[in-house]
Design a protein around this ligand. Structure first.
Ligand code: HEM
Length: 705
């Protein structure tokens, strides 16, 4: 085909993006087998896929059976290497929209027009576990967003915690080796409760702040939809006039930030290891709210030094009380992937994927990441052409002279594959001054070439202390328990003692002493000299605490109603409707599946049995009315345990009418906070919704707080 006649004066095609641009592009790659005939990869129709070709019915299999060979060969190569970290994840499509133009901060096209919905793909993940590990382990969560913008892909590859373990990326392999299973035994899976992790962090005092975060409830999110996201590093936004601002990126979930209880998280790991993946999928499938606001903390370049810590140090956060988070846009996830492997597994995020108007800083952790992602994906995705995979393709055209390599798909038709050229008309040509070419910021740099850390990175404990001081008493109790649990799994007494002395003492002697007692140790009298202890008196930052609940709601929460033969179906149906009106997902749990006969001739459909369900996978539990039903449930050990665990995990529990006998049989104190009982279905429903909107009733756990 003759090529388009263009000259250097021909303006490039305008680059616009609409909400469905990515879906339209993906549609061209989708395969739908409905109504179709089975074929080989070559398109040849197959008449029999159950028997291979033999020489005689009991004879040897013949090599000429091309279908057998192709089918087995393809199966043999289905696996690809899992991500070296963040191997387990779940993803979804959606869009991002700014509330108003951010032109004052950034020239990035997708941040200009509140009418524009930019398609996105998001992958949430755990960090340490393998691809098949459980979702609810104690770990950092990844929060990676790929924006398919009108100027190319921008990836915001963040975590659900605003700081990191190390200050320089050269230590990342050491950190991950220490975190991952022991190389000789390949145990333990998906957890930091082992010697090598605590050995490493106790010899790396810069990790103190992150250790506080990981031991806090933040590492046990209730749902991917209920956790914050952070870009961690300080980035730069640059406007059309070339003025730069430093920026920290945040994601704020509209459903609030909520955590699981540690015991609950461990039980869910057995009952439903896919808990978070399932939650995300089902929420999107049922068109429930999965929404986050993009937040920016913007700092003028000249103010970079005014906070008493270095903004380039990724072990420090910028307290919201010092620089408030401006909520500038919303991220809506509203479409599940059509194929897990092709989308969630093959997506390749890279911190280096930026668009004009967004730039980096000299954060040494960020700088190492700029290399790591592209590099690892060459191995993980089998060669350098992974940007051509459907999920990774930008929705704007790609033109360059990078070609060939394993799995190349594009048919480059240009006459020349180099620049400068004349035989190809000089194309693809670099962008002119007003054509949106990426321009790295101009920065004066001077100094000696040194392999050393900036002295401004030396304070490792002030913010760890600030984080701890910002926790409510119950959160502090959880954090202390977490340390006692993790260190209790550490075999080496030397390592345990070092953690107490070197990491915990400089953060908080009381914390160190409590943990030491739980481990049968005592904190060493000599204080460590490692790490500088400065700015001891940073004030607490209330936004770092998850208590109190800032947006009480039952929307998208899971409520279990226990019922048995002889329950009152009418009142059950009334409260169920009220909960569903509030946006909750309600499931009836009974001794066995199917229709549960009501004493009032109104049956209730049980979708789970006491055998398959456990209250750890629900947010609130109540017992239906009915004398006969209550007698059955009170005598049923599984039912009593169902309720007792919900009560122990400080969830809202309740009973309609005679159902209160079941609560009592399960050991519930009917007078305690978050226990709702009542006769009238309507009044009961309102009280239960108010209590369940609080999510947890920590007063019940007062002895630990
Ligand atoms: C020098 C430090 C770091 C290095 C070298 C590094 C390296 C990597 C590598 C090699 C992967 C696997 C990527 C793939 O196979 O596609 C990865 C994934 C990831 N990293 Fe990092 N990482 C570092 C620090 C961080 C930090 C500080 C964050 C958070 C701000 C982070 C967030 C993530 C996320 C979210 C993923 C998963 C991306 C996905 O869902 O595919 N990493 N990292």
């Amino acid at each position: 085909m003759p090529s388009r006649r263009v000259s250097k004066d021909t303006p490039p095609a305008p680059r616009t993006v609409h909400r469905d641009a990515k879906q339209d592009q993906l549609a061209g790659f989708r395969e739908d087998p409905a109504g179709e005939i089975l074929t080989t990869d070559q398109g040849v129709r197959i008449a029999n896929t159950d028997d291979s070709l033999h020489a005689g019915e009991s004879g040897p299999t013949l090599l000429e059976d091309f279908h057998l060979r192709e089918k087995i060969m393809r199966f043999d190569h289905e696996r690809i290497p899992e991500r070296v970290v963040h191997a387990r994840g779940a993803g979804a499509h959606g869009y991002f929209q700014v509330y108003s133009s951010l032109a004052g901060y950034s020239s990035a096209g997708f941040l200009q027009d509140p009418e524009v919905k930019t398609p996105v793909f998001v992958r949430f993940s755990t960090v340490v576990g393998s691809r098949g590990s459980a979702d609810t382990v104690r770990d950092v969560r990844g929060f990676a967003v790929k924006f398919y913008t009108n100027e190319g892909n921008f990836d915001l590859v963040g975590n659900n915690m605003p700081v990191f373990f190390i200050q320089d990326g050269i230590k990342f392999p050491d950190l991950v080796h220490a975190l991952k299973p022991n190389p000789r035994k390949e145990i333990p899976q998906a957890q930091s409760a082992h010697d090598s992790f605590w050995d490493f962090v106790s010899l790396t005092p810069e990790s103190a702040h992150m250790v506080m975060w990981v031991m806090s409830d933040r590492s046990l999110p209730r749902s991917y939809r209920m956790m914050e996201g952070f870009g961690v590093h300080t980035f730069r936004l640059i406007n059309a006039k070339g003025v730069a601002h430093l920026v920290k990126f945040h994601w704020k979930p509209l459903l609030g930030v909520h955590a699981l209880a540690w015991e609950e998280a461990q039980q869910i790991a057995g009952k439903d290891p896919d808990f978070h993946r399932r939650d995300l999928w089902e929420a999107i499938d049922s068109e429930a709210l999965v929404e986050f606001e993009l937040g920016l903390q913007v700092v003028a370049e000249e103010d970079a030094q005014k906070f008493g810590f270095d903004l380039l140090d990724p072990t420090k956060l910028l307290p919201e009380e010092l620089v408030p988070v401006e909520r500038v846009g919303r991220l809506v996830l509203d479409r599940n992937p059509t194929n897990y492997f092709a989308e969630v597994e093959q997506v390749a995020f890279c911190v280096g994927n930026v668009v004009p108007g967004i730039d980096f800083t000299n954060d040494p952790l960020l700088q190492a990441r700029l290399f790591s992602y592209l590099d690892t994906q060459i191995t993980r995705l089998g060669g350098p052409n992974f940007a051509e995979l459907p999920i990774n393709r930008p929705v704007v055209p790609v033109h360059n002279n990078q070609h060939d390599g394993f799995g190349r798909q594009t048919l480059n038709t240009g006459a020349a594959n180099y620049l400068p050229n004349s035989v190809g008309g000089g194309f693809p040509r670099p962008a002119g001054p007003h054509e949106g070419g990426y321009a790295h910021r101009t920065e004066r740099v001077s100094g000696h070439v040194v392999r050393a850390r900036s002295p401004s990175f030396a304070d490792h404990f002030s913010q760890a202390r600030m984080f701890l001081a910002s926790q409510s008493p119950i959160e502090r109790a959880h954090l202390t328990d977490a340390l006692a649990f993790e260190l209790g799994k550490v075999q080496s007494e030397v390592v345990r003692q070092r953690v107490v002395d070197v990491l915990l003492m400089p953060v908080d002697p009381q914390l160190a002493e409590t943990v030491a007692r739980a481990l049968g140790l005592s904190p060493s009298s000599k204080r460590t000299s490692q790490g500088t202890v400065a700015n001891a008196g940073l004030p607490p930052s209330p936004t770092l605490s998850l208590v109190p609940v800032r947006n009480p709601t039952i929307a998208t929460r899971r409520i279990a109603i226990l019922a048995a033969l002889g329950h009152i179906g009418r009142s059950l149906a009334t409260v169920k409707r009220a909960f569903e009106k509030g946006g909750a997902n309600v499931e009836i749990v009974a001794p066995s599946l199917g229709a549960v006969k009501g004493a009032d001739e109104i049956d209730s459909p049980a979708v789970c049995s006491l055998l398959t369900a456990a209250s750890v996978t629900y947010d609130a539990v109540l017992v239906a009315d009915g004398e006969a039903s209550s007698l059955v449930l009170a005598a049923n050990e599984d039912a009593r345990r169902f309720i007792a665990e919900a009560y122990r995990h400080c969830k809202t529990v309740g009973a309609l009418g005679a159902g209160d006998q079941v609560l009592t049989a399960a050991g519930v104190d009917l007078a305690s906070e978050g226990v709702v009982v009542g006769e009238s279905a309507a009044t009961f429903a309102a009280a239960f919704i108010a209590a369940a909107g609080q999510h947890r009733h920590w007063a019940r756990d007062r002895q630990r707080a």
